[in-house]
Design a protein around this ligand. Structure first.
Ligand code: ADP
Ligand code: ZN
Length: 516
């Protein structure tokens, strides 16, 4: 080791090579962990400074750091910046000329590189070389791509699964900006780093107002929304290319400077629209989700989802493009059942449709939440938060709640007594004392809480269970048959008698009407 992992030794390195005076949240902890040769799983929001988490240890440790990254453009950008800072870094890309490839290979073999970037598809090529040289660490960027439970599964990542076994003593770092709890577990499993220390930077963006409204008369609602926001920049996300165009036209007819953006447009057109938006020439963009990746515009004041996103990962990333400057931003999601139907049709044809369906269902449950939206969102990403945020539509106009401590204890106890192995349907059946084959086959009629809440109808009980999911008391494990398990909060409720409030049902319709 060239430098110890003490903060006072790392800070000068940070200053000389990167020009920064201090670490961002979690960076130091991640760096220290990997420098103690621990495997690491780091979840940090976009812009949180993930690259530094492997770049700095790469400089501090002996040998070459191998960085796996899925996008050539990103690799090139990072390597350019590193080289400009005088750091020996290179990337491998099959489109490089033969001579260049040979030269990089020589550098790699000689051990002169501090960082070597490679795409997951090409990593196999370097196997023999990797065995010969001293490797400081493996960093897997966009690590959610290895999980078929994530939202961007890439089969090429599967090759990375055997790294740990082949390079036993070398720490593996997995980094990503988006992974729900299930995906986090799966990344660790797929990379064979079950004991990886996990660093979960807070996903909370308190300045984003979270608003969900019924998707009726969306156009009228949007015009009302825009009337109070004449000079502000914003993005409207739509499901289809066609609707981005239609919407942009309608807004233009109403006197707004709006442009469409989607993957069907030529590269020049897209670049133009993007530049105009970034430079405040076009305030409103109606776009498909193709828009926004890599766009660093700090003063986006609002994001509207014209349609329901496919999952909470996507939703979170898209709303996250507003309010980067830390000033208040308004995010508005239109929720209509027709969108759910449409999305289900798309998903039916896709790979791992089952996971996608489950994620869509969770998205829907979020849209129907009766308690703080931020609590629901953050818990989905594994951040256990229990305090209402005061900056979402529900916190602003809460429904009536009742003391549901006893009911929640019964529900949690049933989950515990079934060893956290059963999905929502079975849980409800057991609580209601259902006499069906499913229950009897598994002998669940012997569970102590069998029939403990007979008095509540199936549908209502389901709504309560969903509320408990949204409040972060229970969670769904998509990987394992969507089984329901308890969170640390559930344990406080069961053992410390922490009180729980649930929303009185049948207010949903009233709420919807109130807002429409
Ligand atoms: P991510 O990959 O997590 O989206 P990056 O690694 O690209 O984020 O970092 C985002 C930006 O933050 C970059 O411009 C980077 O130079 C900057 N940055 C990273 N660490 C620090 C730090 N400790 N202090 C100041 N700026 C930082
Ligand atoms: Zn809230």
């Amino acid at each position: 080791m060239l430098v110890t992992d003490r903060k006072e030794h790392l800070l000068p390195l940070l200053k000389t090579h990167f020009g920064y005076d201090n670490f961002r949240p979690n960076q130091l902890e991640v760096i220290q962990d990997v420098m103690s040769t621990n495997d690491v799983l780091a979840i940090m929001p976009t812009g949180g400074g993930k690259s530094l988490c492997f770049q700095l240890p790469a400089l501090a440790l002996e040998g070459t750091a191998i960085v796996v990254s899925p996008l050539i453009a990103l690799m090139k950008d990072q390597v350019d910046v590193l080289q400009a800072n005088g750091i020996a870094a290179a990337y491998s890309n099959s489109s490089q000329p033969y001579e260049v490839q040979q030269e990089i290979l020589q550098q790699l073999k000689s051990g002169s590189l501090k960082l070597f970037y490679v795409a997951p598809e090409s990593i196999g090529q370097f196997d023999a070389v990797f065995q010969e040289i001293k490797i400081s660490l493996f960093a897997i960027d966009e690590a959610h791509c290895i999980s078929s439970w994530g939202h961007d599964f890439r089969p090429a990542y599967a090759q990375l699964g055997s790294l740990k076994a082949r390079f036993l003593d070398i720490p593996v770092m997995a980094l990503t900006a988006t992974a729900d709890k299930t995906t986090q577990d799966d990344i660790a499993e797929q990379l064979s780093i079950p004991h990886a220390s996990r660093h979960l930077a807070s996903f909370n963006r308190p300045n984003l107002y979270l608003d969900v409204r019924p998707g009726q008369d969306r156009m009228k609602q949007i015009l009302n929304f825009l009337r109070e926001r004449s000079d502000e920049s914003g993005i409207i996300y739509c499901l289809s290319r066609k609707s981005t165009q239609l919407l942009a036209e309608k807004l233009q007819q109403s006197g707004y400077d709006a442009k469409a953006y989607h993957a069907g447009m030529s590269t020049e057109e897209r670049t133009q629209v993007q530049e105009d938006f970034i430079n405040d020439r076009t305030p409103i963009i109606c776009a498909t989700i193709a828009f926004g990746m890599g766009i660093d515009k700090s003063n986006v004041r609002w994001v509207i989802h014209y349609n329901l996103p496919k999952n909470l990962e996507g939703y979170y990333q898209e709303i996250g493009r507003s309010g980067r400057d830390g000033l208040p931003a308004h995010t508005l999601l239109f929720y209509s059942y027709a969108d759910v139907v449409q999305l289900r049709k798309f998903i039916a044809d896709s790979e791992n449709a089952q996971v996608q369906f489950a994620k869509l269902e969770r998205m829907q449950q979020y849209a129907e939440a009766l308690s703080c939206r931020r609590i629901a969102l953050l818990n989905y990403f594994g951040e256990h938060v229990t305090e209402g945020c005061g900056n979402c539509d529900i916190c602003k106009a809460p429904p009536s709640y009742f003391d549901a401590t006893l009911l929640t204890q019964k529900i949690c106890s049933a989950v515990a007594r079934m060893n956290e192995k059963e999905p929502m349907g079975t849980l409800i059946d057991v609580l209601r004392g259902a006499q069906n084959a499913q229950v009897f086959e598994k002998g669940l009629q012997h569970v102590k809480t069998y029939g403990a809440v007979k008095e509540i109808s199936w549908q209502d009980l389901q709504q309560y269970v969903i509320q408990l999911l949204n409040q972060g008391v229970l969670e769904i494990n998509f990987r394992e048959n969507s089984r329901i398990s308890l969170t640390p909060l559930a344990k406080e409720i069961l053992y410390d008698k922490k009180p729980v409030q649930l929303a009185v049902l049948n207010q949903v319709e009233q709420q919807v009407e109130k807002k429409a």
